[in-house]
Design a binder for this molecule. Sequence first.
Ligand code: HPA
Length: 272
Amino acid sequence: MNISTQTQETVAFLKSKTKLNPETGIILGTGLGGLVNEIEVETAIPYSDIPHFPVSTVQGHSGKLLIGMLGGKAVAAMQGRFHFYEGYDMKQVTYPVRVMKAFGISTLLLSNAAGGMNPDFRIGEIMFINDHINLFPTNPLIGKNDENLGPRFPDMSEPYDKSLLKNALEIAKKHSIRVKQGVYAGLSGPCYETPAEYRYLRIIGADAVGMSTVPEVIVARHSGMKCFAVSIITDLGIDGKIVEVSHEEVQKVAAESEPLMTLIIRELLGSL
Ligand code: HPA
């Protein structure tokens, strides 16, 4: 079965579960699931109930699709995403984005926890992603291209929508929330980086590094969706500041910065 047919079946199932027609999709990262508490949930569907959906396994992800209202807008939010390091292939990792598009979603908001290489960054800070570097060993668009989904050679000149970024910067300023902007390097994990790898990532132009977001944004852009993404800097990959990193620490720091990120995303939704 091809992806178009699968997504149609998934969307038919979702439509049988909700009357809402969300135009915004949300994919939440490690330790950042609290945004869902702000959603007036109409329907919560465990991934395991959704036809053709992979099932999330990683600690800190509860694996549900929530459809409801946030900031006055109908949204579909993934509570937990699929990571390449879990063993899913790129088509599985990005399947929910294909589904969102087929469901009528045109804007995708994403969050993640990331390590910071930019010496100006501090732990717990919010970084708006303004560009990315794909360092995954593969690309979700490899293989036969379905022209109904998007072009063979998609443009990547504006992966993160400039007007969403501008709105988000204004919202942060209005609330006196200190935010940074930068380039996110996405790689497979699951190891955190060695000091030499952090140094290398900084040299090639990255400000932050993590194990997600890039595949989803590639597929979202392929299908013509607008993207806005936020990283919470949970640890530093800066010479002299590198200490042991653990998943628990990453979750803890992300959870502490979460309320500010939630505020920004909620107001950004209101501005759409
Ligand atoms: N590297 C990769 N992924 C991460 C990191 C990191 O330092 N921190 C949180 N996610």
